[in-house]
Write a protein that binds this ligand. Structure first.
Ligand code: ATP
Ligand code: MG
Length: 609
């Protein structure tokens, strides 16, 4: 391909809209153009990268016996109502684009395809003899992200490979899940990116076990906690660890103390000259549940946790989802810390903010106001594992300016029956599997996520099969997603220098670029064209920079777009040689014209093995 014939526009300056290196570089090098928030045109060079990633994904998927299909992007609302996810995706997360057709039927643009595939399985899978089965597709997904940003990393339209497997039992599901773990690891290794597989939260998709594949990069939106022995790695949303030991409390008797201006843990610990590990902190949340058909129900939640610890809101949301049935609901629509405006909707009297005790009385909730506002009349009380074992602790007194010291569960305070792990694990904690291991932190970009779904969707949508013993049983399911367009940019985020992108050879849009310093020199042009043609014929995908530009501009552009091997038909041509420069590392050597094709072929083959 000749650059003179391509839509080839590079920018010298960093575009103002881009915050992180990979986004800047893809824009500057002419791989993408922004059309609107979270919407990008994939220009010809990027499309080649996407095609290469897709080819690797297909090879690894096909090798496991999965079959490719293509499902509709327009999905009827009725399917999402059957699975019970319509409200969550349109209201709670609000991530699904919806539209109506000419017959006033509601439709959505697919953010994911569990519903569609389960409907197909319900119709087509009759017998255990058809199982296991695994279908996947590569397709554009649509999500109305709250904060589309970082270019292709968080778009509103992006390319995903999503696969769904069906099984008779959990052993078979586990087998495919393990196969996917290997396939995903292979895909990322072959794409030339450094990654880590981590335990993950299953979020809105649901189900039990899940693993995320993180491409390690400072700009990543996710935090990964891990141990140096390689035995533990988890998304911070899901991570568990051992909190530091609590310091035994010096307050031997129960007492109410005057503690003016101590609404924070730090100010209180300083005032009482005690350790934050001796304090029970009580944090107020408000959860909104979705109830059918009565409508929304809010509940005020009081979480008691050790003073030096923070609540992990993902763990809290999962705990509240597990408790939803107690309120006649199935899903959590929202979880927030109620602000003053919100408190006014239900509080019978001003709350002792900063001085709340675990036994904050239910009469702080006005029954009349709460009823009108759709709020439960009693607090839901939860206690974190770090706060439950404390003795003689410090906590609020429910009166501004005063705290309790020497408090005890089972004496002055009732230990909430809902006791669970709600704390945020952090770097520096000790690991659960080996307390001698210290938890470390890294940033990552989530590229893939594999789930064991179980029978959540098949039960909700009535997707059953006839088992060997003749009974009708819901299908066991797994689902597996990888962000193809996100991966293209993540690879850049991991591999660039001040001059531009450094593509891994396996996913570079072209392997080589022949640069002609002076197109007016007939010998240079002839040699370059011959090399270009021969390299392409030999399977070394090669560009020819035959533009009427200064040599310096061409060299800069070749570096910016990140082509792995640059061949220059310059001065050394007189000796029958060309200069070949490796983009990664910058090594340059002169190679005889007749050896170029074989050498490059070897290099490319070695790099993509
Ligand atoms: P995130 O937490 O980053 O929003 P997710 O948990 O919503 O991701 P999944 O629903 O598991 O993601 O989707 C599978 C894969 O699709 C992700 O691992 C990611 O690579 C990709 N992906 C998800 N959302 C986007 C997006 N807005 N833009 C680009 N890729 C995305
Ligand atoms: Mg998401």
């Amino acid at each position: 391909m000749r650059l003179s014939q391509m839509l080839f526009v590079t920018l010298r300056e960093d575009p103002a809209e881009a915050e992180i290196p990979s986004h800047k570089l893809l824009l500057r090098a002419g791989y993408i153009r922004r059309i609107s928030s979270g919407l990008y045109a994939y220009l010809p060079l990027l499309l080649r990268v996407l095609d290469k990633i897709s080819a690797i994904v297909r090879e690894e998927m096909d090798a496991t016996g999965a079959q490719e299909c293509l499902l509709p992007q327009l999905q009827p609302a009725a399917l999402w109502q059957e699975s019970g996810r319509w409200d969550m995706y349109t209201k709670a997360e609000g991530i699904m684009f919806t539209l109506g057709d000419r017959r006033q039927q509601e439709l959505a643009l697919g953010p994911t395809h569990e519903e569609v595939i389960t409907a197909i399985a319900r119709d087509m899978i009759r017998s255990y003899r058809q199982l296991p089965l695994h279908l996947y597709q590569l397709q554009t997904k649509f999500r109305d992200e709250i904060r589309p940003r970082f270019g292709l990393l968080r778009g509103r339209e992006f390319i995903m490979k999503d696969g769904y497997s069906f099984h008779t039992d959990t052993d078979s599901l586990k087998q495919t899940y393990d196969d996917m773990y290997v396939a995903y690891s292979n895909m990322l290794r072959r794409c030339g990116v450094a990654f880590r597989a981590v335990d993950a939260d299953s979020g809105a998709i649901g189900g039990s076990g899940s693993t995320e594949f993180m491409v390690l990069a400072e700009a990543g939106e996710d935090e990964v906690l891990y141990t140096a022995d390689g035995k533990y790695a988890a998304n911070v949303e899901k991570a568990v660890s051992l909190a530091p030991e609590a310091v035994p409390s010096p307050f031997k008797t129960y007492e109410k103390r005057d503690t003016p201006n101590t609404p924070t843990i730090a100010s209180l610990a300083k005032f009482l000259d005690c350790s934050p590990t001796q304090i029970v902190k009580n944090v107020l949340y408000q959860v909104t549940y979705d109830r059918e058909p009565e409508g929304e129900q809010s509940v005020l939640v009081l979480v008691s946790i050790r003073g030096d610890q923070d609540v992990n809101e993902v763990k809290l949301q999962n705990a509240l989802t597990n408790l939803a049935a107690d309120y006649g609901a199935a899903t959590v629509l929202a979880l927030e810390v109620p602000d003053a405006e919100n408190q006014a909707k239900w509080a019978a009297k001003p709350l002792p903010l900063g001085y709340i005790a675990p036994n904050l009385a239910d009469d702080y909730i006005s029954p009349e106001k709460a009823k009108a506002a759709g709020i439960a009349p009693k607090f839901l009380r939860l206690v974190d594992e770090t706060a439950a074992p404390l003795e003689n602790f410090v906590t609020g007194s429910n009166e501004s300016g005063y705290h309790i010291v020497g408090g005890n569960w089972g004496a002055e305070f009732t230990l909430p029956s809902h006791r669970m792990d709600l704390r945020k694990a952090i770097a520096g904690d000790r690991a659960v599997h080996d307390p001698n291991q210290t938890i470390q932190t890294a940033r990552g970009i989530e590229i893939g996520h594999i789930f064991q779904l179980g029978h959540k969707y098949s039960t909700a949508m009535g997707a059953t099969y006839t088992a060997e013993n003749g009974t009708e049983v819901p299908l066991e399911m797994g689902c597996y997603g990888v962000g193809v367009s996100r991966l293209a940019q993540a690879a850049v985020e991991q591999s660039y220098d001040k001059n531009g992108i450094i593509w891994p050879v396996a996913i570079a849009p072209y392997h080589a670029i022949v640069v002609v310093p002076n197109i007016g020199d007939a010998d240079q042009m002839a040699a370059a064209e011959k090399l270009h043609d021969e390299l392409n014929a030999a399977g070394v995908e090669t560009l020819l920079d035959d533009r009427k530009e200064r040599a310096g501009v061409k060299f800069k552009d070749a570096e910016l777009i990140g082509i792995p091997f640059r061949i220059v038909t310059g001065r050394s041509l007189k000796n029958g040689k060309v200069e070949v420069v490796k983009r990664a590392g910058g090594d340059a050597e002169e190679i005889a014209l007749e050896a170029v094709v074989d050498t490059l072929k070897d290099w490319v083959e070695a790099a993509v093995r």
